[in-house]
Structures are given as C-alpha cells and as structure tokens.
Design a protein around this ligand. Structure first.
Ligand SMILES: O=C(O)CCC(=O)C(=O)O
Length: 334
C-alpha cells in the first residue's frame, strides 16, 4: 500500500474504550467489536471512542420502515422519477428495477430532489451523535447515494477532507446502511486512529479495477492489514472523521444484490466552508460555501444567507473510463 514517511504509530490503534453501552437489539455481527453503540449509549463513551479512533457505529438509528422507505426512494431516484439525472434519461416504465439500478454506482446530492433523502439528513439519533462528536452547532453540505450492485467497484483509500475542506477539521461522514454491509458486498474499511496526525496524504491515480475513478491516498504509515471492516446491519450509521483514511472494496456478493448506502457529510457551523471558489473580489480566506442545511443549533453566519448551488450528478464507476472525472490520463492497468 504505502511507504512509511512518519514514525510508525503504535500498531494497536483501537483504544480499549468501551464500545458498547446501551441496549443491544440485533445480533450482527454476533459479537460486536468496540465502537458499536446504540442510540441510548453514554455520550461520553461515544465521544471518547470517536476521538481516539476516528469512527463509530450507531446501530438502529433508522427503523426498518425508514430503511424500506430509503430503499424505495433509491429506486425512484435511479429511475428518474424524482427529477432528471445528467446523461441518464428517465427509465421506461416497463424496465425492471434491477436493470435500472445496475446503471448506477453512486448519485451525488440526492437530497436536492428527494424529501426522503433530506429527512435522513435530520435523522434524530444521528443528529444526537453528531452534536456529541462535533459540537452543538452542526450543518450538512453534501449527500451521496451509493447503489453498488454486485460487480461494482469500491473507492480507494482516501480522506474526505481532501475533497471537502473545513477550517477546524470537523468534517464528519454519516454512512447510512440501507442494506446490511459486509466484507462480501463491499462494506466500508477504516484505518482506526489515522485521523489523529491531521495530515492530508498525497493522492495519485491507482489504475486498479477494484476502485472507481477517485484517486488513492498514499505515503501514510499504516498497512492494509491494520484496517477494520465496518460490517453493519441495515439502519446503522457509521460516523467517521474527515481525516480518517477509509476505503471500500468491490461488491463481490452474488448477482442481483446491492450494497446501498446514503452518505451525508456534516461539519461545525462555526467553521466557514471554503469549498467553492471565492466570489469576484473576495479573498480566498473569506470563502464560505452556503449551500448548506443547518441540522442543530445556531449558524453564526446566518446573515450571509443561503444558496442553492449543487444539483444531482452521477458518479462514474470507471466502467466506461474516467474521462469525465479527472481527465484522460486515467487508464486502468488491464
Ligand atoms: O460507500 C463507499 O463505498 C465509500 C464511501 C466513501 O468513501 C465516502 O463516503 O467517503
């Protein structure tokens, strides 16, 4: 994976912080590793685990009915029934759902066209966890809906702050499992504790068919065999810090199965969000992307107003090449 460029940190990255503190309802995986919490868990334990490891799992955040609603909505979005998607005409009513879903790896900004996806951003147990790990004032700026049918690739090692920069390192992903996620169907893998150095590692093109068009971070002092597979039940949410190295592998489960997940990104309201270029005459340091949703507390910059900037887009899976995502230099090795 990577050459060592920093002093190698202790190998046992997961601290002994108690991971389970609440009412266990499901039995998957049968023995929960540290870091799996229920919505009634002690916030101090949640915060301690997250700060030490850079991730945590909140089980039963979404009810089975809410998960079913997200599943149905995913199909309607892919069919084009919630609004046009670039380069993807609305599906013919006669086309089976499976055939439609297989056209997509991921749709960015689904909340822009879907009330159900927007509602998920405000999911109560998730917001409680977010205020525990981020602070009282929380905003959301992005959503991504992964469909990932069998055969579809994963995403190489990366840190989300490489793409969505905050000023206070508060970026937090909330990865909502719409299907049970396992190592077979391409669950998330994390390098526990890798957020702590606060370094954004360089990135390069990987050329590896296991992964989509996004580049891969390299040069960090962690090995693949230190990674933890975050296997979760549908309805669980994996929270992870924007500096945490994470990846996912392809869905290798039998044909006709999916690993759907909705990933929403949040940060503190106190931080400006230098995500889009400054406006004319504006200094880079005052740039503040205002296409945001306040989910908790106060927005100290409310006087700046809010904007609608993003529209849904379809993320390339790499199957048709990566020309539209990073240029023509990106060739797969095979
Ligand atoms: O769900 C996946 O496969 C990858 C998600 C991811 O890397 C992210 O949300 O940053």
């Amino acid at each position: 994976m990577s050459s060592t460029t920093l002093d190698t940190p202790p190998r046992n990255l997961v601290t002994a912080t108690g991971g389970f503190a609440g009412t266990r309802r499901n039995q998957f995986p049968k023995t929960r590793p540290p870091g799996y919490f229920s919505p009634d868990a002690d916030p101090a334990a949640v915060k301690a685990f997250f700060e030490a490891n850079g991730y945590l799992v909140l089980e039963n955040a979404f009810s089975p009915a809410e998960v079913e609603a997200l599943k149905r909505e995913t199909t309607l979005i892919c069919r084009g029934d919630r609004g046009a998607l670039p380069d993807h005409p609305r599906a013919d009513a006669a086309e089976p759902d499976d055939s439609v879903l297989q056209r997509f790896l991921c749709i960015h900004f689904p909340h822009k066209i879907s009330e159900i996806m927007t509602r998920a951003i405000h999911n109560e147990p998730s917001v409680k966890a977010l205020t525990t790990v981020i602070g009282p004032n929380v905003k959301c700026m992005q959503s991504m809906l992964f469909i990932k049918s069998s055969g579809k690739p994963g995403q190489a090692w990366h840190q989300d702050e490489d793409y969505i920069p905050t000023r206070d390192r508060s970026l937090t992903g909330a990865w909502i499992a719409i299907d049970r996620a396992t190592t077979d169907n391409g669950c998330l893998w994390v390098l526990p504790g890798s957020h702590r150095p606060g370094v954004l590692w360089e990135q390069k093109w990987h050329g590896d068919r296991r992964f989509d068009c996004a580049e891969e971070s390299f040069g960090f002092p962690y090995r693949d065999d230190e990674a933890f597979p975050v296997e979760v039940e549908a309805g669980s949410v994996v929270f992870f810090n924007g500096y945490l190295l994470h990846r996912s592998l392809p869905n290798r489960a039998p044909e006709g199965t999916y690993r759907r997940s909705l990933v929403n990104h949040y940060m503190s309201c106190e931080s400006r969000l230098p995500w889009s270029l400054p406006k004319e005459g504006q200094h880079m340091a005052s740039a503040d992307h205002r296409d945001i949703i306040i989910v908790a507390g106060q927005d100290p910059y409310a006087h700046r107003g809010y904007e609608e900037i993003h529209k849904p887009s379809v993320r390339p899976s790499g199957q048709g090449g990566c020309d539209k995502w990073g240029g023509k230099g990106k060739q797969y090795k095979d």
